[in-house]
Write a protein of this length. Structure first.
Lengths: 345, 483
């Protein structure tokens, strides 16, 4: 990302936010409702956000809501942030009729476009709004795409050269679903005038969470180090070798920042499916099976040369302590760590 | 006659439009329009069967675990797998957490804020409704959000995260639990029970669960002043607005079995029509496409051979929602259906008195919260931390499976057909597909379409508030509906 774009504006007044949902599941909003320390309403208040309309939270319905959207889309009434949750539905045949805005006889696609052109900041909430996501899986006959990407290809609804009123590209809070903290912190930084294009990675995702790998803080790290691998879901070992885990490649802080109090996918006993990445919905292999060529996983850890990976894997496999080897394929702990300093233990 | 188009509806999950014909201040006819099509059923064709566990929960962010459970059950039936006791119990706890949280979200964030609307400004109870339930700013939201978030810690522990977990598997769950973690689960439930007892109910869960008649409920409501609990505020408002007279449907209720384990299901499956219980004839389920935007040679399809071919050109169609029918009949699903089927005496009495309506649907949901949380406390004690949570077994190259379960808002079914090791067909019939179905081939309206007939429309109202109450009383989930 070019870091030399406009310096971020600073807001003394409340930031006016409108939130639309299109081709998605609503799960990012539901995840967001689980915000803690503090709760969502307090978090938004702290960030200086005024909710003009949110489909799950607002009282306003029907014509009042359409009236508001018309005023915002025409520029009659100014606003700051457009959040879109869910893919843009372009089908069938580019008409957008797979999702009509209730009460308006207009495709949601065209509402999104009009509002995006007026917003100071456009935020894609979740991988669907960012890249197309799950809704774009299979043959994508629904023609689902993201705001500024169609899968990995730049473009989407708004085009790769889109810049919002504040001079930023679409901010992609990718994830399926998002962690509440990912969005709340970005909104807070926008409100404080401290968010710029320099805070985005190569897919315009906030660096705040994508400078981490899911691997960072993984509780199975010791198994990874010794290539002590689980063979079936629910076993305790590393899931990279056999069970499709992409934690060493996926960019997110899921094992540093707890989900729902204490969890993460890997802590839940199932592999990371790299849901913050464009195209995660079609990995080209069964999600919970690692594709291999002559026994070597195709997807190597980030920044790891293949020859080194192979050499180190062979070495660490040879050095695997029996405790890890035995526990890796066990569902319930078989061998606890021992302490040689205490006699008789 | 006046025609009204009501939408966008918010505080429902997903997208909804309702078309009304109004005569003499009453709704004469309603057409319910699901406005979003995504195409999950086609997405799944050609995938390896287990991948359904990644895609299916992402149909819906609010019924995510229900979708996982239905998919896992369909896969389990196809593979002939049976979860061990621990796995079945863990799945029930995970699923119950989502369902109870959904009931809570519905009551506090989706349903009650309508009573804080300005249209009720002259009502004596309005000030209390605004203070407590005004959207975003009401004091109840500030109480409920942290309580709900802490309750969801159960899912952080047992399911990794919510929504969209892969922990629910055909053979059980991927996350075994140690004894100290059981202690944590019990503590989380204790905290949640405290919130429910002090804020939502103002009484013990056991008392709420055992309420046995309309008379007892009304007497209970009068025991203390309305502001003493959120349930009492609702009962007070409901009495004042006569919500019992609003939104009556067909009174034909259906439920699948809910929360099954080795010791039987917490809530049984079946149908309840005019006081008569009958077993569920799953083979009688079909979807009628007459008024939905789909092309097919057959306008009535059983799910195993169901198709999903979008076609916006069909003149008689007006919704993306298909019209499910049981042996050709319209059925209403949801907490009210589960509780009449389960024989909860209060809900039986309310339905005998005045059928399914705005009042009885909401009461059923709240009584169910009490009943399910009590069961969750028991389930945590039944887990044996030294034993397995998951069974494993291969999927045959050719197999069929049906996965039936109950989401918060009603009966959810997945019909899976595996051929040559790949998914050949996958059909999903969701709760709100039943409740918000369009008309069928015989012109019979769906449950909501029927429930809206007769709803009062005040002079000058363009978004009748009665319609808002009736629609939300079903706790609709439109993203599941069409998928």
């Amino acid at each position: 990302m070019n870091a030399s774009t406009n310096s971020p504006p600073s807001f003394k007044r409340a930031l006016r936010m409108i939130w639309l949902q299109s081709g998605g599941c609503g799960g990012c909003t539901l995840s967001l409702l689980g915000a803690e320390g503090p709760d969502l309403v307090t978090s938004l208040e702290a960030a200086g956000i005024e909710i003009l309309w949110h489909p799950s939270l607002s009282e306003m319905s029907g014509r009042d809501c359409v009236g508001l959207m018309e005023r915002l889309a025409s520029g009659e009434e100014a606003f700051d942030i457009l959040c879109l949750e869910g893919s843009v539905m372009c089908g069938p045949g580019g008409t957008g009729r797979f999702h009509m805005m209730a009460g308006t006889d207009r495709p949601v696609m065209s509402w999104i476009e009009d509002l995006a052109r007026r917003a100071s900041f456009v935020v894609a909430v979740g991988s669907c709004a960012a890249f197309g996501g799950i809704t774009a899986a299979g043959d994508n006959h629904a023609e689902a795409c993201g705001l500024a990407y169609d899968g990995k290809s730049p473009g989407g609804l708004l085009g790769s050269d889109f810049r919002s009123g504040a001079g930023l590209p679409v901010i992609n809070i990718a994830g399926c679903p998002i962690h509440p903290g990912w969005l709340v912190e970005v909104l807070h930084l926008i409100g404080a005038g401290r968010f710029s294009a320099a805070d985005l990675d190569e897919w315009e995702r906030p660096l705040a969470y994508t400078t981490h790998l899911v691997h960072h803080g993984c509780a199975r790290n010791e198994f990874y180090e010794f290539k002590a691998s689980a063979e079936k879901l629910c076993e305790r070992g590393c899931m990279m070798e056999n069970l499709g885990c992409k934690g060493t490649q996926a960019r997110a802080d899921c094992n540093i920042r707890a989900w729902n109090g204490s969890g993460s996918c890997i802590d839940g006993g199932y592999p990371c499916i790299n849901c913050t990445a464009p195209g995660f919905e079609e990995p080209g292999h069964p999600f919970a099976t690692t594709p291999k060529i002559s026994g070597i996983p195709i997807g190597l850890p980030t920044d790891m040369p293949k020859a080194w990976f192979v050499a180190l894997a062979a070495l660490s496999k040879a050095a695997t302590p029996s405790r890890l080897r035995d526990n890796a394929t066990a569902e319930l702990l078989k061998v606890p760590p021992s302490n040689r300093q205490k006699k008789g233990s | 006659m006046t025609r009204l188009v009501v939408g966008p509806f918010n505080r429902v999950e997903g997208d909804l439009e309702v078309k009304l014909e109004v005569t003499d201040g009453r709704v004469r006819e309603a057409r319910v329009v699901s406005t979003l099509y995504r195409g999950f059923e086609r997405m799944l064709i050609g995938k390896v069967p287990d991948d359904a566990l990644v895609y299916a929960p992402r149909i819906c962010g609010i019924c995510s675990v229900s979708q996982s459970v239905a998919a896992a059950k369909a896969l389990a039936e196809a593979a002939g797998l049976r979860p061990p006791d621990n796995g079945a119990i863990a799945v029930n706890i995970i699923h119950a957490t989502e369902n109870v949280a959904d009931h809570l979200t519905h009551f506090y964030l989706f349903f009650m804020p309508d009573f804080a609307r300005a249209i009720y400004a002259d009502e004596p109870w309005h000030a209390a409704a605004v203070e407590r339930f005004k959207a975003v700013t009401g004091s109840a939201t500030q109480d409920m959000l942290p309580a709900r978030a802490q309750f969801m810690h159960i899912l952080g522990l047992l399911a990794g995260k919510w929504p969209h977990t892969l922990a629910v598997q055909p053979g059980g769950t991927t996350r075994s639990v140690a004894a100290n973690e059981l202690a944590r689960l019990s503590a989380i439930l204790a905290g949640f029970r405290r919130f429910l007892q002090t804020r939502l109910f103002g009484d013990n869960l056991e008392r709420i669960a055992s309420l046995s008649s309309h008379g007892e409920l009304e007497a209970w409501a009068d025991e203390r002043r309305p502001e003493s609990s959120d349930f009492r505020i609702f009962l007070h408002v409901s009495r004042a607005l006569d919500l019992e007279a609003l939104g009556r449907g067909y009174d034909r209720f259906m439920s699948y079995e809910a929360y099954a384990s080795a010791s039987g299901a917490l809530f049984p499956g079946g149908t309840f029509v005019q006081g008569e219980i009958a077993p569920l004839g799953v083979a009688g389920i079909s979807e009628d496409l007459t008024h939905a935007w789909y092309d097919s040679l057959e306008m009535v399809e059983p799910p195993f051979s169901g198709t999903t071919i979008a076609d916006i050109s069909r003149a008689e169609a007006y919704s993306w929602c298909k019209a499910p029918r049981l042996a050709g009949e319209v059925m209403e699903v949801g907490a009210i259906a589960r509780q009449v089927m389960a024989g909860q005496p209060l809900i039986r009495d309310l339905v005998a008195r005045s059928g399914g309506n705005v009042h009885s649907r909401v009461v059923a949901r709240l009584v169910e919260i009490a009943r399910v949380v009590i069961a969750m406390e028991r389930w945590v004690r039944q887990i044996n931390p030294g034993e397995t949570f998951c069974a494993h077994g291969p999927m045959p190259a050719d197999a069929d499976g049906i996965g039936l379960t109950e989401a918060a808002r009603g009966s959810l079914g997945h019909w899976l057909r595996v051929r040559g090791g790949k998914i050949e067909n996958y059909q999903i019939v969701a709760p709100t597909t039943w409740n918000f179905s369009p008309r069928d081939g015989s012109g019979r309206p769906g449950p909501l379409e029927q429930a809206l007939v007769g709803a009062p429309v005040r002079v000058g109202e363009t978004e009748p508030v009665s319609v808002q109450h009736i629609v939300r009383s079903f706790d609709p989930c439109l993203v599941c509906t069409v998928h």
